[in-house]
Design a protein around this ligand. Structure first.
Ligand code: PLP
Length: 371
């Protein structure tokens, strides 16, 4: 059975160059970066530095930004939320009761890292009204539920609040939208490589150096200290290493560089056309409600059928979609939608994937004995 992979917003298929680049690192280099003085260690260090440069270039960052690697967006936002909190260890910028504002469209990964650490987190349905007095604002770049792009809104928030710490959950944006972080005025953007063809387990923060200097490290250990004594305080490494304790996912970092190299924003048009086509065709099916469709995403429900049943029936026909709350339960509840089905497209999809989706969805109600 042919597979129609339409769960690209969850994770994209990996680009062959990225897979090969990761495998080649382990085949041919396989050394720890930074500390080794032998050739392969230097090659690993060079590769990591090149990947940092590639990420900075991808988002058009100027010299005021740096890159901190993490496992992905979730870890990156946790790194900031943890790092910003003032404690008596010399790190941090804001108190636990500082006003933190996030948008209602937020993924759980932009909700829980804040909610778990700060006492005044406002999940805003109206940013214009709610951002007044905010010390930290962390916003969705592109929604994983609606596909909506919020760049304009982020710029407006920056204009209104020039002094607040402004962050962006870029999981669905970095590698998909060609944006300029410097012009956006964001203090940090979190991203996941696996959402745009790089291996899983690598992502990070593009962050203002000045802010990164103030962050408390998320992890303590090797590679992030210069000197550790029997007693007394350690002296920490400079940024970015200070915030990257332990051995990095170096193979994945090499894969990330390769994935960035082959990115082609012009090809998005093709995937967007397919999503549009899918939305149009799904709307024609009796009992199907397309709730929203933008960019690469079509979110829908089938009348009287739980989205998990829809996804299972589609899976039986080789169509891979995501169903449920899409890790954005507050938003889906706010909209009054509850759980949904999401089809999400990428450049390698084609019309036959749309056809397979539409055909499988058109059979759902009958298979459930409703027609
Ligand atoms: N934010 C958004 C908008 C997402 O779509 C996702 C992934 O689904 C995440 C955050 C979390 O990304 P990751 O699981 O790679 O950390």
């Amino acid at each position: 059975m042919r597979e129609a992979y339409l769960d690209n917003a969850a994770t994209m298929k990996k680009h062959l160059d990225a897979i090969n680049s990761e495998a080649d690192f382990y085949r041919k280099i396989n050394a720890n970066p930074l500390r080794g003085l032998y050739k392969k260690s230097v090659q690993a260090t060079t590769g990591v530095n090149e990947a940092r440069e590639a990420v900075l270039k991808l988002v058009h960052a100027d010299k005021s930004y740096t890159v901190i690697f993490s496992r992905g967006t979730t870890e990156a936002i946790n790194m900031v939320a943890n790092g910003l909190l003032l404690r008596d260890d010399g790190f941090g910028v804001v108190n636990r009761d500082a006003k933190v504002v996030i948008d209602i469209e937020s993924h759980h990964s932009n909700i829980l890292p804040w909610k778990q650490r700060y006492s005044k987190v406002l999940i805003s349905k109206d940013l214009n009204k709610d951002i007044r007095g905010a010390k930290v604002v962390s916003l969705t770049g592109v929604s994983n539920v609606t596909g909506q792009n919020f760049l304009k809104r982020i710029r407006e928030v920056r204009r209104t609040l020039p002094k607040a710490i402004l962050g962006v959950d870029g999981a669905q944006m970095v590698g998909h939208v060609d944006f300029d972080i410097t012009r956006l005025g964001a203090d940090f953007v979190a991203f996941s490589g696996h959402k745009f063809g790089a291996p899983m387990g690598i992502g990070g923060l593009v962050i203002k150096r000045e802010l990164a200097e103030k962050l408390r490290p998320f992890n303590y250990g090797g590679e992030m200290v210069d000197a550790v004594s029997l007693d007394g305080e350690p002296t920490y490494s400079a940024i970015p290493e200070r915030l990257e304790a332990g051995t990095l996912s170096v193979g994945a970092i090499f894969g990330l560089s390769a994935a960035i190299k082959v990115l082609d924003f012009d090809k998005n048009e093709h995937a967007e056309r397919l999503a549009k086509m899918a939305a149009t065709e799904l709307r024609k099916i009796r009992g199907v409600k397309v709730l929203v469709s933008n960019g690469l995403i079509v979110t829908f429900q089938v009348k009287d059928v739980h989205p998990h049943d829809v996804a299972q029936i589609l899976a039986d026909d080789g169509v891979c979609v995501r169903a449920g709350y899409l890790c954005a339960q507050p938003y889906l509840e706010y909209k009054g939608w509850g759980p949904v089905v999401r089809a999400s497209f990428s450049n390698y999809n084609d019309k036959s994937d749309v056809k397979a989706l539409v055909k499988a969805v058109s059979k759902v109600r009958k298979k459930m004995g409703l027609e």
